[in-house]
Design a protein around this ligand. Structure first.
Ligand code: ADP
Ligand code: MG
Length: 371
């Protein structure tokens, strides 16, 4: 399975720069995720690797060999599309078998071999009972399995999966996600998988590349992307509910941060103060994940920031609520769905200072990742 290298790839559609000077190396056998909002350039990235779009600039290498001038058919890649793109008048069997019967396969397989290969893949994907159906008789999850079967049937060197779970309902999504783990063990194909869902990216990827407006924001293992987002774009898009971001200025004398919007101060530990002093600025954008803010219904030395509780909602067995300190709106997440909070009640908050993420106010970059 090849190592894939992209060097300075730029792809434009008239005035839109879909990929802007991207360079990245994807390792042999890696499960690599491209995470990014709609319009980030994810599909274009896959199409460029598949040879369905030609970049204006840059080179693509498989194991060190440039493939820019190699046709799609000869690249030995399979791409599944977000809308599945199944042949509507073919049965499931014929959809999966299509790559074996195509002109690129040059009658390499006889009817019996095709039957055996389709049966094997269909069993693996739990769709062997659906082989005679038409795509219109399938659910979204089943269509996705058929699309996967069609991609896997020729055991391609590179598997490109474009948002495979985007249109599948939540229950099936979890099930399919587990099956992707199984498939990757089984095939060990170099796989590039796109998603706009950070949970999917974090649970599946060996590494995640965050793409935004055609530019790479960060590449790293999931833990790094989540705990050390390179900038506020990554921080805001990775994690749910969204990270709280607010301006603060440092008061070194008292080891405190002051937040003008909430008009409050809070203490920070020596190691944090040192980090900020070394960075050398007096104002920062501070990021607090919703589960890193804790609260009490009574004030104390620790819980000393008075807030007013807003609305709350239970989601995924967790409680999300909104609180306000003067003009600062905060989102807080607790793992107790049964907790009952009264709208407009007083709460006393505390920030876990070791979990705060500090960004440069001018560049929006995480100050811990300054090179
Ligand atoms: P994503 O898959 O992340 O949603 P795309 O790769 O589809 O993003 O698109 C990236 C940008 O390129 C978008 O602004 C999109 O409108 C534009 N784009 C993609 N394909 C075409 C095309 N064939 N013609 C014109 N613009 C395109
Ligand atoms: Mg897309």
């Amino acid at each position: 399975m090849p190592k894939i290298s992209l060097k300075n790839i730029t792809k434009k559609f008239e005035k839109v720069v879909a990929l802007n000077n991207l360079s990245v190396e994807i390792n042999d056998g890696e499960f690599f995720i491209i995470l990014g909002p709609s319009g980030a350039g994810k599909t274009t990235f896959l199409k460029v690797i598949a040879g369905l779009e030609n970049p204006e600039n840059g080179e693509i290498y498989f194991d060190g060999d440039s493939i820019n001038n190699i046709t799609t058919a000869k690249r030995d890649v399979a791409l599944t599309f977000e809308d599945y793109s199944l042949y509507p008048h073919f049965t499931v069997f014929n959809n999966i078998a299509a790559p074996l019967k195509s002109s690129a396969s040059k009658n390499k397989y006889n009817t019996k071999q095709i039957r055996e290969k389709v049966d094997k893949i269909a069993k693996m994907l739990n769709i062997n009972h659906l082989l005679d159906r038409l795509p219109s008789e399938l659910s979204g999850g089943q269509k996705q399995r058929v699309a996967l079967g069609r991609a896997l049937i020729k055991e391609p060197k590179v598997l490109l999966l474009d948002e495979p779970l985007a249109h599948v309902d939540a229950k099936i999504r979890n099930q399919l996600r587990t099956e992707f783990h199984f498939l990757r063990e089984k095939f060990q194909t170099t796989t590039i998988y796109t998603s706009h869902d950070y949970k999917e990216a974090i649970s599946l990827g060996d590494r995640v590349m965050f793409l935004n407006k055609g530019e790479i924001q960060q590449i790293g293992i999931p833990e790094i992307i989540y705990n050390f987002p390179k900038n506020t774009i990554v921080a805001l898009n990775v994690g749910w509910p969204e990270i709280n971001l607010f301006d603060c200025s440092v008061n070194s004398k008292n080891s405190q941060l002051y937040c003008p919007k909430g008009d409050f101060v809070f203490n920070i530990s020596g190691n944090i103060l040192k980090l900020l002093e070394i960075y050398g600025k007096s104002e920062y954008l501070v990021g607090a994940r919703p589960h890193h803010i804790s609260f009490s219904e009574k004030p104390s030395d620790v819980y000393n920031l008075k807030a007013i509780c807003g609305t709350s909602e239970v989601l995924d067995n967790q409680l999300v609520f909104y609180a306000k300190i003067k003009n600062l709106d905060l989102t807080i997440l607790v793992n107790d769905p049964d907790l009952s909070l009264i709208y407009k009640q007083e709460l006393w908050l505390s920030f876990d200072d070791q979990s705060l993420i500090f960004f440069d106010k001018e560049t929006n970059e995480n100050i811990k990742l300054k090179e």
